[in-house]
Design a binder for this molecule. Structure first.
Ligand code: AMP
Length: 211
């Protein structure tokens, strides 16, 4: 089954996607990761997206939709997870057209539910590996050696948009633009909420229980 995984920044979409990739051999399509890779490679798309990302704002729909369309065109038969897309109702509407064109279907839109009060702590403490993208948390999931990724040995850093003032803007963007997707997918009979607090493995069990 192809799924959309959505929720507020810091809800655990990346962590749960990594488990689904490993255990269910699904393909992970994260628009945030694609943008970060473009920024690293200093492409034109990366330069355009960075202006918005650094401020915690959403990248305009016109840029995101074209980028996802390219990814969907190249997909094989492997089931996929859309992580961080769609993030607005117009993106969800555009996605419907793109899926139809490519003979693809989404089975479920799974919403990772985490109380707003928990998100700031999750995001300010989050660290990511600059090499393989593995995620850590300074309190709940520290690296074994300070600043060094347990998996690949690369440097572990704080994302530029995981600073408190930028996080506030990202959470506002989520409330205004992304939260309305709950009703959008509910109207299609594809919405399921999954409790996103507690142990990673417990969240994973709840998540796959809805697939
Ligand atoms: P993420 O890694 O999903 O937290 O995304 C990081 C940043 O990339 C967001 O704060 C946005 O600036 C941008 N971004 C990622 N996906 C989208 C999207 N679907 N629409 C607009 N902006 C996005």
């Amino acid at each position: 089954m192809n799924i959309i995984l959505f929720g507020a920044p810091g809800a655990g979409k990346g962590t749960q996607s990594a488990l689904l990739v490993e255990r269910r051999t699904m393909k992970h399509i994260s628009t945030g990761d694609i943008f970060r890779s473009h920024i690293k490679q200093q492409t034109e798309l990366g330069r355009s997206a960075k202006v918005y990302m650094d401020q915690g704002k959403l990248v305009p729909d016109s840029i995101v939709v074209g980028m996802v369309e390219d990814v969907l065109k190249g997909l094989g038969s492997q089931n996929f997870i859309l992580d961080g897309f769609p993030r607005t109702v117009p993106q969800a509407e555009a996605l419907e057209g793109m899926l139809k064109k490519n003979g693809l279907e989404i089975g479920k839109a799974l919403f990772l539910e985490v109380p707003m009060d928990d998100l700031m702590g999750r995001l300010t403490g989050r660290r990511v590996c600059s090499g393989c993208g593995a995620t850590y948390h300074i309190a709940s999931k520290p690296t074994q050696r300070a600043g060094v990724c347990d998996l690949c040995g690369s440097e572990v850093i704080q994302r530029a948009d995981d600073k408190e003032d930028v996080i506030r803007t990202r959470l506002e963007a989520y409330e205004t633009s992304t939260a309305p997707l709950k009703a959008y997918f509910a109207a299609q009979g594809k919405f399921s909420a999954v409790g996103g607090t507690g142990q990673t493995e417990d969240v994973y069990r709840r998540l796959v229980g809805q697939m």
